[in-house]
Design a protein around this ligand. Structure first.
Ligand code: NAD
Length: 493
């Protein structure tokens, strides 16, 4: 029997008023492993009211008090390290070596980071004139809605929750419909760590109902969203009705450029990491590879030779590197793109099919796939596939490479591989993206800002910049003269 999970509203675990549930499916086997409350607009409203009610109490705590709660949470997460890792592997299919060594420790580290940076948050005094004091203070926004995607179910909510909580906001989280279990476990641990009832609420349910009800709710001050660009556009349009703030971390079509002087072995290794980590279900995954024609064949051969060694299989096994895609319809979509690549004349260098082993037959697996001889007008080079599919193309000049990199509606990230770091820096300045790595790809720290430009969204997660995302800067002016004659007097009389 699949275990039942409920939503969290005002510190209570509650089912939906209609009694409906949604299935959570293990993508490695296709089995239903849990049932989760399918909430609707009534639960959204109750959760927002619970968050509103909890707001003044949480906002009036000192930053030090809130930071201590996050530090507790960080410790408690590591006490539940294995349990959380197994849960994420179960609902998402991420290999256990990743969830154990990457996702869960990073969640703990990020709460620590947010606990630390908030202590350094300041306002300013502004030297307007000797007759006044003019200062800025930071205030919480109020109730914030955090809507998160399935590709890193735990990490994506932690990025937003840590920043929103430490700055004194109360939250209603809408986790991904297909993978809500780690979020529910994390908020249970948050209450154990000392987050008061109502400060964090979780409403499980479909994006079109629960998500949209949150975005349009008049008492929600901000929506922190990570997800697809099309959903981001919809959220922006709904939020415009009451001029709600939105933070949008959206899709990408990230380029990986190998210049003729690059260390080809290192670049090929980096390419395999960048394309296939988390089965390519990463917003910043490299999926367009532009290789200088002088080293194209050598690079392609080395990348294929490395990719073929990646173990695809049961994500519960420590030796597995590539797990399944997160759900069936997504696997179908990735396969559609592979077919599109074939039809458009790209040369299949590796993969292109479902792996056929006892470990993979029932799940939603796709083998690491590499296409060569790609052109920028092909769908595989233009659209976000979000799967283990890499497209390789040749370029002749740096000018051409930069043109190809920027020829996309997205602007999330890109990487340049060269031994000439000075050249790399100059070219990085010409790439339209929120992050450009030189001789690296897909490395993200708490300390560094994360967020794109163009249709990859706006706003930043992580780094101290995130404090601005979850606070309002208020200006307070105090007249110090005590006199009736003000600076504007001459304009009045
Ligand atoms: P998605 O947009 O389908 O869903 C994201 C969340 O929004 C889910 O919780 C979903 O239920 C909810 N949602 C769906 N429709 C909604 C609506 N109309 N109103 C409100 N909420 C709604 O995205 P996904 O498939 O879960 O995630 C994959 C996408 O996320 C990819 O495009 C990926 O690039 C992007 N992503 C971006 C970043 C980043 O930092 N830029 C990080 C991770 C993932």
């Amino acid at each position: 029997m699949a275990e039942e999970y409920k939503a969290l509203i005002g510190g209570e675990w509650v089912g939906s008023t209609t009694g409906e549930t949604m299935d959570v499916v293990n993508p490695a086997t296709g089995d239903v492993v849990a049932k989760v409350a399918k909430c609707g607009t009534a639960e959204v409203d109750r959760a927002v009211q619970a968050a509103r009610k909890a707001g003044p109490g949480w906002a009036s705590k000192t930053v030090a008090e809130r930071s201590k709660v996050l530090l507790n949470l960080s410790r408690i997460i590591m006490e539940h390290h294995e349990e959380l890792a197994k849960l994420e592997t179960l609902e998402h299919g991420s290999p256990i070596r990743k969830t154990m060594n990457f996702d869960v420790p990073l969640c703990a580290e990020q709460f620590e980071y947010f606990a630390g940076i908030a202590r350094a948050m300041t306002g300013e005094t502004l030297p307007v004139g000797p007759w006044c004091t003019s200062m800025t203070v930071r205030e919480p926004l109020g109730v914030v809605a955090l809507i998160t995607p399935w590709n890193f179910p735990a990490l994506m909510v932690v990025w937003k929750l840590g920043a929103a909580l430490v700055t004194g906001n109360t939250c209603v989280v809408k986790p991904p419909s297909i993978a809500p279990l780690t979020t529910l476990k994390l908020v249970e641990l948050a209450m154990e760590a000392g987050v008061p009832a109502g400060v964090v609420n979780v409403v499980t349910g479909p994006g079109e109902t629960v998500g949209e009800a949150l975005v349009s709710h008049p008492d929600v001050a901000k929506v922190g969203f990570t997800g697809d660009t099309a959903t981001g556009k919809r959220i922006m349009s709904i939020a415009s009705a009451n001029v709600k703030q939105v933070g949008l971390e959206l899709g990408g079509k990230n380029a990986f450029v190998v210049l003729p002087d690059a260390d080809v072995d290192s670049a090929a290794e980096g390419a395999v990491w960048a394309a296939f980590f988390n089965s390519g279900q990463v917003c910043a995954a490299a999926s367009r590879f532009y290789i200088h024609e002088s080293i194209y064949d050598e690079f392609a051969e080395k990348m294929v030779a490395l990719a073929v060694t990646l173990r695809v299989g049961d994500p519960r096994k420590m030796e597995t590197v590539i797990g399944p895609l997160a759900y069936k319809e997504h696997r179908d979509k990735v396969e559609w793109y592979i077919e599109s690549g074939r039809k458009s004349g790209a040369k299949l260098l590796l993969g292109g099919q479902r792996p056929d082993t006892d470990e993979t037959r029932k799940g939603f697996f796709v083998a690491p796939t590499i296409f060569g001889d790609c052109r920028n007008d092909m769908e595989v080079m233009r659209e976000e596939i979000f799967g283990p599919v890499a497209g390789l193309a040749r370029f002749k000049t740096e000018e051409e490479a930069i043109g190809l990199v920027n020829d996309t509606p997205y602007g999330l990230s890109a990487s340049l591989w060269t031994k000439d770091v000075r050249k790399g820096l100059a070219l990085a300045g010409r790439i339209n993206a929120g992050t450009v790595w030189i001789n690296e790809h897909l490395i993200i720290f708490c300390d560094t800002p994360w967020g794109g430009c163009k249709q990859s969204g706006w706003g930043k997660d992580l780094s101290k910049m995130v404090l601005d995302e979850y606070t309002m800067t208020k200006h307070i002016y105090i007249d110090l003269t005590g006199e009736r004659v003000k600076p504007w007097y001459g304009l009045l009389k």
